[in-house]
Design a protein around this ligand. Structure first.
Ligand code: G
Ligand code: G
Ligand code: NA
Ligand code: MN
Length: 256
């Protein structure tokens, strides 16, 4: 309860900060974009993990104002980076959407408004929806996804492989990308079976016209193996931890 009050105040006090983790092309080894990951630095508790406060924000409905703040901050940062580091295609930003946010009735409107305010193309923004949220109510998820796609937004299925996807639904999701959950990536060198699972997810994605981001890439061997299996993109400590905007800017500077 106290945490809930503090969470409310934290939005007003601007105690939230976005960190950014690079997403890297396994072909060119260049940064193609970032995933925005929110951080809460509370004067009393110190650093609170999003794994703790996002579920609470979901329960209390605070995820709505928090989510709007995250979207706005991430889009403003991306606009700055796109101007400073012009690439073709332009740098992208991935943003996590929780279940509550996905079914928020004005979601499409406020994203459209944020795109207008920041001058970004919808194509530069990728919304990550977890497999579990997408499968919770498939028909609703599909219809919201279709409306999001009218803004030319990109969509990805996050943490793929940890939920209970029915393959008969997967092809109906109008998504561009599957993100392989890091639990598979971390085990892929342990056994042939784990490697086979990763390989199968990559082949499935491509068969459905999606590209693939491997999460939790921590070693050069994983990177090489994923590349040889045709995985397009990687994300993980091997490339960079989630870092503040200044450090992320330095990463972009280095490759420019
Ligand atoms: O950044 P970290 O690995 O600590 O994130 C922990 C969890 O919090 C992950 O499941 C991640 O998806 C979630 N998370 C981080 N940032 C956001 C955000 O901006 N919005 C939502 N909905 N979830 C987030
Ligand atoms: O649920 P989601 O996939 O959005 O969560 C991303 C989480 O994964 C973040 O908390 C981030 O800090 C964490 N993460 C990112 N890269 C790595 C990695 O290479 N290894 C591990 N163990 N965690 C990672
Ligand atoms: Na994510
Ligand atoms: Mn994930």
């Amino acid at each position: 309860f106290q945490l809930e009050i503090d969470l409310h105040r934290a939005i007003e006090q601007q105690e939230f900060e976005l960190y950014y983790q690079s997403i890297v092309s396994l072909t060119t080894a260049r940064i193609v974009g970032f995933e925005a990951l929110v951080r809460w630095n509370n004067p009393q508790y110190g650093f609170v993990s999003p794994a703790e406060f996002i579920p609470l924000a979901e329960e209390t409905g605070l995820i709505i104002p928090l989510g709007q703040w995250i979207l706005q901050a991430a889009c403003q940062q991306l606009a700055v980076w796109q101007a400073q580091f012009p690439t073709n295609p332009p740098l992208m930003m991935s943003i996590n959407l929780s279940g509550h946010q996905l079914t928020q009735c004005d979601l499409v409107d406020y994203i459209e408004q944020t795109l207008q305010e920041t001058g970004l193309n919808g194509e530069s923004l990728k919304l990550e929806i977890t497999e579990t949220v997408a499968m919770n109510d498939v028909e609703t998820a599909i219809s919201i996804m279709l409306r999001l796609r009218t803004l030319n937004l990109r969509l990805s299925i996050d943490d793929f492989g940890t939920g209970y996807s029915s393959l008969s639904y997967l092809h109906r999701f109008p998504v561009n990308t599957l993100k392989i959950d890091r639990s598979f990536v971390s085990r892929m060198e342990d056994t042939d079976e784990d490697a086979a699972i990763v390989q199968t997810i990559i082949m499935l994605s491509h068969a459905l016209g999606m590209d693939v981001v491997a999460e939790g890439v921590e070693t050069a061997a994983q990177q090489a193996k994923l590349h040889s299996l045709g995985c397009e993109y990687g994300q993980g400590y091997f490339f960079s931890k989630p870092v503040d905007s200044k450090t992320a800017t330095a990463l972009l500077d280095k490759q420019f």
